[in-house]
Design a protein around this ligand. Structure first.
Ligand code: PHE
Length: 450
């Protein structure tokens, strides 16, 4: 198996590491999932806890994953296996979580593709009230074949990028489109801040109401932080295995975290003023963004152009994230099962397409089929973000904090002594004590309630 590490691809310059990692982090998690879970969990207080989780848990665990990936230069399973085979289960948890996330993430990605097309044809602009947008959305997602068509198209697009190879495909797509997404979000937030519901929306998002905190608020914020940053799932292990030896891991992690958080907050600033202006309930769930956004565009001059460009960028943001999830599975199958990269990629594509098909149908035709009262779509979303990712994060910080040779961790943070690293002690402390204790307490708290 050793020969793999000799001819593995590496990413280009310093910027590329930040871009591909940010490409994975910034996605539907920021623009679709963040507003809907924040809306459902009290707004401001959720944002506050979320940011605490990002800084105290997300950032150190991202660095831990970077170190594991670059020191071993293997896929998620191979990396933990190489360091201590008894801890390979962290890698298997990652591959499983990536598979289950793709199951619903591909479906939502398909919706963004469909909304791009409806923006272009002017169909979205022809509606006006929130009720009309809601009815249109419900009609679309429960249609037996239309969402499937878009989901499958999206899956094939992901497959095409993966098949082009790590360097060309992933790097190029991230480089051009990430900055564009950022600019358009800023423009949209300015527009939203001029809406009549802006003050109420901003109050909802930024003024914490501590009476709304429950055990499940904590777990949801934690899960959202991990989901949004792509940590606890071996994505960062896999990507860091392609980083160059010169890449500064601390700067990379810090930049990715800041960018990701900024995009989530901006998405909130775009959505909540519109939510209150249109009189939609902030707790409407996964449909929130799809009902709110078309209304925002409709109030703008050249609405068709804005809406098309925005949904197109959402497609791209989703694509750079699905690529990273796909890569976790593909790299594992390629290196551990010794399949060719081509076959590994096809196996990943076909199996996730099957799961995504079921998840999509669970919102319509197969709606009667429930798992613990949830549709397959909702169950995949809940189980990955609220269970598998926090568990992956828990074992990652225990492993890196307690089992991994601290010298090996320091070597990775300081690039073998060529960079000064003053935060090593602090990081080890966070990984050993703070992260596991918080994660365990939040888990126990939730078990107690159920
Ligand atoms: N972080 C991505 C998003 O916010 C989703 C993702 C989760 C990607 C886990 C990779 C791993 O959209």
């Amino acid at each position: 198996m050793h020969h793999h590490s000799h001819n593995r691809a590496t990413l280009g310059g310093k910027l590329s590491a930040v871009l591909v990692a940010a490409g994975s982090s910034v996605g539907l998690g920021n623009i679709w999932r963040f507003p809907y879970v924040a809306g459902d969990n009290g707004g401001g207080v959720f944002l506050l806890i979320y940011i605490g989780c990002v800084l105290l848990l997300g950032l150190p665990i991202m660095l831990a994953e970077f170190a594991v990936g670059r020191t071993t230069r293997r896929n998620a399973v191979g990396a933990y296996h190489a360091l201590d085979r008894r801890w390979s289960f962290i890698g298997y948890n990652s591959v499983l979580a990536a598979f289950l996330i793709l199951g619903f993430y591909f479906v939502v990605s398909g919706w963004t593709a469909e909304y791009t097309v409806h923006s272009l044809t002017g169909e979205l602009a022809s509606l006006s009230t929130a009720e009309e947008y809601a009815a249109q959305f419900e009609g679309f997602i429960s249609n037996p074949w239309r969402p499937l068509l878009y989901t499958l198209l999206f899956i094939l697009a992901t497959h095409a990028v993966i098949a082009l190879g790590v360097q060309k495909g992933i790097e190029r797509s991230a480089k051009v489109l990430m900055p564009l997404l950022f600019i358009i979000l800023i423009a949209l937030s300015i527009h939203s801040l001029l809406m009549p519901g802006a003050a109420e929306g901003m109050r909802f998002l930024f003024r914490p109401d501590f009476s709304k905190v429950t055990a499940s608020t904590l777990l949801t914020a934690l899960g959202q932080a991990f989901f949004s940053l792509s940590v606890g799932i071996g994505t960062m292990v896999t990507y860091a295995s392609y980083f160059k030896p010169e890449t500064n891991l601390r700067h990379t992690a810090l930049n990715v975290t800041l960018l990701d958080t900024l995009v989530a907050v901006l998405a909130g600033v775009v959505i909540f003023p519109a939510v209150f202006t249109a009189g939609i309930a902030p707790s409407s769930g996964p449909s929130l963004v799809f009902i709110t956004l078309p209304g925002i565009f409709n109030g703008m001059p050249l609405s068709m152009v804005w809406s098309t460009v925005f949904f197109l960028l959402l497609v791209v943001a989703a694509l750079t994230s699905t690529i990273s999830l796909h890569e976790v599975i593909t790299a594992y199958l390629h290196e551990e099962w010794h399949l060719s990269r081509r076959s590994a990629a096809w196996l990943t594509t076909l199996s996730t397409a099957a799961l995504a098909t079921l998840a999509s149908l669970s919102l319509g035709l197969l709606g009667g089929w429930r798992i613990c009262g949830l549709t397959l779509f909702d169950a995949l979303d809940f189980a990955t973000a609220n269970i598998l990712l926090p568990l992956g994060g828990l074992f990652t910080c225990i492993f890196v904090g307690w089992k991994l040779d601290p010298e090996r961790f320091r070597e990775q943070l300081s690039n073998h002594g060529t960079l000064r690293c003053r935060i090593h002690g602090l990081l080890i402390f966070l990984l050993r004590w703070v992260c596991p204790v918080i994660l365990l307490l939040v888990f126990l708290d939730n078990l107690g309630l159920y």
